[in-house]
Design a protein around this ligand. Structure first.
Ligand SMILES: NC(=O)c1ccc[n+]([C@@H]2O[C@H](COP(=O)([O-])OP(=O)(O)OC[C@H]3O[C@@H](n4cnc5c(N)ncnc54)[C@H](O)[C@@H]3O)[C@@H](O)[C@H]2O)c1
Length: 253
């Protein structure tokens, strides 16, 4: 198992109680980072916080809805107070949302998906930039996009628009905050075996989606977390403003 040498890092992970966020928290903690874990539900956060005991890191948890900018700002202040500073932010919380075609998509469904998957990343990234500048250590922000940050997918117009937005937000912030020593990158997973897909798709659909990847399978959350941990590390010192697909070859067509 790789150790990315993250001693001295303090990482905020949003959506950290499940799926890719949980896997990121594990790999970051295994590599020596302290963790501020954010999600909607304290009980779910407590389960993952207990898992992280195995890595002997410091863990802070916050119940926060990332679509609420005031709550995000308060949670970032809390994380800094609890853990001393923040120099890694994994802006990962996201939802699948309404599945319908663009001609039928509802206002409510649109605003819900954009609110969490785009506004939520913007609010978390903004709070992280402010905390990193105040901390004076620079930092690394990793925004969770998707393969749908690069291509479209039927019945997922809001999700696709949000993830393309995340890629743009990442590129702009990378240019703005390079002088502050802050790197900003986006990660684009293919279909990954997490509750987000397993709760919405039956096995036949998951099997079909597997065939849409060159590797003929969907991915595991840990396979995304390895890339996130590398981007968080000082080994990625020349990486900024880039969208990194990690997709088993989905986009390679
Ligand atoms: N699973 C995939 O196939 C896949 C592929 C590409 C990108 N992604 C992205 O990866 C990220 C994580 O997804 P996942 O598959 O691990 O899903 P998941 O459902 O397993 O985990 C998402 C977590 O985010 C939390 N969350 C949802 N809304 C929130 C909010 N408003 N505020 C705070 N927390 C909130 C949930 O409670 C949950 O714990 C998402 O941004 C998703 O779009 C997933």
């Amino acid at each position: 198992m790789n150790n990315y040498g993250l001693g001295g890092k303090v990482a905020v992970v949003t959506g950290g109680a499940s799926g890719i966020g949980r896997a990121c928290a594990h790999v970051l903690a295994r590599s020596g980072s302290d963790i501020s874990l954010w999600d909607l539900d304290q009980a779910a956060l407590d389960v993952v916080a207990k898992e992280l005991d195995a890595f002997e890191c410091r863990v802070h948890t916050a119940v926060v809805d990332v679509s609420d900018s005031a709550a995000v700002d308060a949670a970032m202040d809390e994380a800094v107070t609890a853990l001393g500073h923040v120099n890694v932010a994994v802006c990962n919380a996201g939802i699948g949302g309404e599945a319908s075609s663009s001609g039928d998509y509802t206002d409510e469904g649109w605003h819900q998906v954009i609110g969490v998957n785009l506004d939520g990343v913007f609010y978390t990234q903004r709070a992280a930039i402010r905390a990193m500048k105040a901390g004076g250590r620079g930092g690394s922000i990793i925004n969770m996009a998707s393969i749908l940050g690069a291509v479209g997918f039927a019945t997922a117009s809001a999700y696709t628009a949000a993830k393309h937005g995340v890629v743009g937000l990442t590129q702009a912030a990378a240019w703005e905050h390079a002088p502050d020593g802050i790197r900003v990158n986006a990660v684009g997973p293919g279909f990954i075996r997490t509750p987000l897909v397993e709760q919405h798709l039956d096995q036949a659909t998951l099997d079909f989606l597997g065939t849409q990847h060159a590797l003929q399978r969907i991915g595991e959350p840990e396979e995304v977390a390895e890339l996130v941990a590398w981007l968080a590390s000082d080994a990625a010192s020349f990486a900024t403003g880039t969208y990194y697909p990690i997709d088993g070859g989905y986009l390679a067509r």
